[in-house]
Design a protein around this ligand. Sequence first.
Ligand SMILES: [Zn+2]
Length: 105
Amino acid sequence: MERIDHVGVFIEVSEEQLRKERNKTRELRKSGWWKQRIAAGKCYYCAGSFSARELTLDHVVPLVRGGRTTRGNCVPACKLCNSKKQDLLPSEWQEYLEHLERQVD
Ligand SMILES: [Zn+2]
């Protein structure tokens, strides 16, 4: 049996749902709402300033974990945060965010 993470809720997402959500993501990226968000130039996670081109669309709850492509679940993230998030388990990502918050204080 595959262990997904040690927090432990396994959500089964069908290929079809993933495909639908990815299509929605493409549409959302073209929307005025998204263009405004990246024009603001702020990474949602580290709050760093970036040009619109450096920001990627990140799903707070990843699609493979049952997240949806809604405005509430899509945030601009810099490439560093985005690639870090992908490598980390949810609990490790939480630690990373807490670490960032401590740096701000
Ligand atoms: Zn960032």
